[in-house]
Design a protein around this ligand. Structure first.
Ligand SMILES: Nc1nc2c(ncn2[C@@H]2O[C@H](COP(=O)(O)OP(=O)(O)O[C@H]3O[C@H](CO)[C@@H](O)[C@H](O)[C@@H]3O)[C@@H](O)[C@H]2O)c(=O)[nH]1
Length: 409
């Protein structure tokens, strides 16, 4: 599409993905308006400054929880396209303060849709739903039996096992207040299309990462610590569940996907966005260490009773970037060579420069966890989206970000 001179409104423009999206649209000469929360100190959002676009985005102050803010933003920007990215997006925070998450994510989305309807805007709305909506994805028969026991008759039955890679038609089994809030927004988008004919398209993006990712998300937790290790500021890595598998995309691929949805997404439809890979948190750490210059020899549990020799040398994509193999669930390394529990307290990584401990912090484990996410992205690829970045591209960008930030380049 030719974005030149098109009016765009982005909610959450000061956020991680919002600022990448704004930069790309500005590069393509669109008029970018961004809804931004009032800041007591009068400064602009840091992400806009990092992207050098703080003066090019036309910011409109407002709050999603006040519908007048949204009608005002729509009247000022007269958008042809709205990207609704603003949200409380950190899963653990939603467990701590669920009403806050619901206010922003549910009421905020309801306000935006209703403001769009009431102002007779014919803008196309692209909504940032989430892979978290899928929640408890079933990978094995045993897991299914256990889940069925726990959740009883309300458990949405799998269509087939394994349910990975996950298609848009998969049942939604949200596992956190955040995930529930995204299911709400997702369904409301579809409902406003069917009830009022609003042009709404839902993106269910899987995890997306890159330079500038919030420090609390696991990929930044890892790469930030890897850099601190490199410069001798810490002597171990502290982490939560090493055994979670995520489908990590580069944020730039996801932002391009949002633009593809604006251009070619069918109204009332839902599209996954992901990388067609799934990797464990442990793999992210090992690849991060490797990228930062360590050679990894062996990994073992703290008491040494379980170990793997040369894990990063088993280096083909079957280990670290897989087309999902159904034998692989709930084990740390994808071929299941090292299994561990929280009682093991951590893992030692033997390297050419000494041992690096990876210590489990029980506080970082969640009341309910999503064990694996892995997208089937055929539908969005069918309308033109592509995957341009590898997992190592993401890790490299994040490591370099921390190098630059600390003036270490
Ligand atoms: N944050 C964090 N997560 C950790 C840690 N240790 C292990 N993890 C595990 O790493 C996984 C990823 O956590 P996050 O990076 O916090 O992301 P998320 O919960 O998967 O959610 C992100 O992706 C969603 C899309 O799938 C987004 O919708 C959501 O807003 C967020 O960006 C989770 O399984 C989490 O338990 C840690 O120290 N910190």
């Amino acid at each position: 599409m030719n974005w030149k001179d098109k009016n765009i409104l982005i909610t959450g423009v000061g956020g991680f993905a919002g600022s990448y999206l704004a930069e790309e649209l500005l590069n393509q000469k669109a008029n970018v308006y961004g809804l931004i929360r009032r800041r007591a100190d009068g400064t602009k959002a840091k992400n806009l400054i990092d992207h050098g676009i703080e003066n090019s985005v036309k910011t409109i102050e407002g709050d999603l929880t006040e519908i007048t803010s949204l009608t005002n933003a729509l009247e000022i920007s007269e958008p042809e396209y709205i990207f609704h990215l603003a949200a409380q997006s950190f899963v653990p925070r939603s467990f701590e303060n669920s009403p806050e998450t619901q206010m922003i994510n549910c009421i905020g989305t309801a306000n935006l849709l209703d403001a769009t309807r009431k102002t007779d805007s014919d803008a196309k709305v692209v909504f940032a739903g989430s892979s978290e909506e899928y929640g408890l994805v079933i990978s094995t028969e045993d897991q299914y039996k256990q889940a069925k026991k726990e959740y009883g008759t309300i458990f949405p039955e799998p269509v087939n096992i394994p349910e990975v890679p996950i298609k848009e038609t998969n049942p939604l089994r949200p596992m956190s207040p955040y995930a529930v809030s995204k299911v709400y927004g997702d369904h409301l988008m579809q409902n406003y299309y069917h009830s009022y004919g609003l042009n709404t398209v839902v993106s269910r993006a899987f995890n997306h990462e890159g330079a500038g990712r919030g420090l609390m998300f696991v990929t930044s937790v890892v790469t930030n610590q890897v850099m601190k290790l490199k410069f001798g500021e810490i002597d171990k890595i502290t982490i939560g569940n090493l055994n979670a598998f995520r489908d990590w995309s580069h944020v730039k691929d996801i932002v391009n996907g949002y633009m593809t949805l604006a251009e070619n997404g069918k109204s009332g439809e839902v599209y996954n966005q992901g990388s067609m890979r799934t990797n464990s948190v442990l793999s992210y750490i090992l690849l991060g260490l490797k990228e930062a210059g360590w050679n990894i020899g062996k990994i073992e549990t703290f008491n040494g009773d379980k170990s793997i020799e040369n894990p990063t040398e088993i280096d083909d994509s079957a280990i670290y970037e897989v087309k999902f193999d159904k034998t692989v669930v709930d084990t740390m390394i994808l071929d299941g060579k090292l299994e561990y529990t929280l009682e093991d307290r951590g893992i030692k990584v033997h390297t050419d420069k000494g041992i690096i401990p990876i210590e489990f912090n029980p506080d970082r484990f969640r009341p309910a966890e999503v064990p694996i996410l892995f997208a089937d992205t055929e539908k969005i690829q069918g309308i033109g989206a592509t995957i341009e970045h590898s997992l190592n591209d993401i890790i490299r960008d994040q490591l370099n970000y921390f190098l630059k930030k600390e003036n270490r380049l």
